[in-house]
Design a protein around this ligand. Structure first.
Ligand SMILES: *[C@@H]1O[C@H](CO)[C@@H](O)[C@H](O)[C@H]1NC(C)=O
Length: 393
């Protein structure tokens, strides 16, 4: 009897430990119901949401606010499809999500941020949190209110302790990494003047690049996003006062005008950018790039040259976009997109290195001014430490 009960507990313990080892920390959802009265809602009108794991010990007054990613919707058609998914409605979001990588709560895997307050803001507006259109078309019931969402979340967190922040980072991955750049200076202005505030963008440095047809599909796509969501007025005025506001969705034009320190984690061969900025299917009618886009090893010699030229475009956009000495860079050569959200790429014994430095250490060194960090990898396929992982877009 005692034995079998012990056995039962043992089995439970083992499966719990296995769960923790394989899936990490799960954090429950908080709906921001008070946001609805402010019109700060997801595409379908449902309340926005975030996941918060409280800081502890020396991290109690430190805050990492992380935007979830997941592409964009550029017109009513694509926003209507998105509305039926967790990226357009909080009614369809999972209640628990795993915190890993930069969100990890274990010291060995995240030594500089593990005990901070860590918040993931769910993405349900389709505009990198920039939209704000007052009118709601009754036929579609689409709400374009991304900018209101991010402000409502910050306003909800300020009285919960964010107003006492001593250290803070605004970060995100992909469309969320772009949001971290676009809202960086505003974030800094909402926090105490004495706080150390910096921003970290992972796979959010989408360049104003040329595609294989010589055009720029991404320019028209981002232009449609900005128009559809009424985003221009919520992009940094330091940029929109100087150029066509639609271009201020591109980090390279915004970063030049920012005053808050910014760290860029990005592959120079970002797989989303190669697939959607360099060789979008719309300009590859014969699907000649299909295999190459799946795996760079399968590119022809001339395709690989085109990919190398894209890296040159990318590095130029980084160097002209971020000239300040406060910048931090970790630009690898792995064919990847979003690398900070997983322990296998952020910081463990196998995670990739650029110039002997793993990204989890690079970001910490830069945040705490332990050293300047400007790591730029050699060209593909030179880096043997690249690992392949699945990641959010
Ligand atoms: C909307 O955008 C999608 C791409 O996201 C495109 O395929 C479609 O043709 C566009 N629809 C309209 C009506 O412009």
């Amino acid at each position: 009897m005692v034995d079998s009960r012990l056995g039962h507990w043992f089995k439970l313990l083992v499966s719990l430990m296995l769960l923790m080892k394989t899936q990490g920390l799960y954090v429950g959802i908080t709906y921001v119901k008070s946001a609805v009265a402010k019109g700060a809602v997801c595409l379908d009108g449902s309340p926005p949401a975030y996941h918060w794991d409280k800081g502890f010990g020396t991290g109690i007054n430190s805050w990492l606010i992380h935007f979830e990613g997941g592409g964009w919707c550029n017109n009513v058609t694509s926003c209507l499809s998105r509305k039926k998914t967790h990226l357009g409605s909080s009614k369809l979001m999972g209640q628990q999500i795993a915190f890993s990588g930069i969100m990890n709560n274990k010291r060995p895997f995240n030594p500089d941020f593990y005990n901070w307050n860590r918040v993931k803001i769910r993405y349900c507006d389709g505009s990198s949190f920039t939209g704000d259109v007052q009118a709601v078309n009754p036929a579609t019931n689409l709400h374009f209110r991304g900018a209101r969402i991010w402000l409502a979340v910050i306003e909800d967190l300020l009285p919960k302790g964010l107003k006492n922040a001593e250290n803070a980072i605004l970060s995100g991955c992909s469309a969320g990494g772009l949001a971290a750049i676009l809202h960086c200076d505003r974030f800094q202005s909402l926090l105490p003047a004495t706080a150390r505030v910096k921003c970290v963008s992972d796979a959010g440095y989408f360049i104003h690049g040329t595609d294989i047809s010589g055009g720029s599909r991404i320019e028209s796509f981002f232009g449609q996003v900005v128009k559809t969501h009424g985003s221009a007025k919520n992009l940094p005025a330091s940029c929109t006062s100087k150029m066509n506001p639609e271009l201020c969705f591109f980090p390279q034009y915004v970063a030049q005008t920012m005053r808050t320190p910014l760290f860029i984690i990005n592959s120079a061969y970002d797989s989303w950018q190669i697939k959607n900025i360099l060789a979008p299917t719309a300009v590859d009618s014969k699907k000649e790039w299909k295999d190459c886009k799946l795996d760079l090893k399968k590119c022809s010699a001339s395709q690989l040259q085109t990919v190398q030229d894209y890296r040159t475009q990318f590095l130029k956009a980084v160097n002209t976009g971020l000239s300040s000495s406060t910048r931090g860079l970790w630009i690898d050569s792995c064919y990847a997109h979003c690398q900070s959200g997983s322990v296998s790429t952020w910081l463990n014994d196998k995670s990739p290195e650029v110039g002997d430095t793993k990204m989890g250490k690079a970001v910490g060194d830069w945040f705490y001014d332990r050293s300047a960090v400007e790591k730029i990898d050699c060209p593909y396929p030179c880096n043997p430490t690249c690992v392949s992982v699945d990641s959010e877009s």
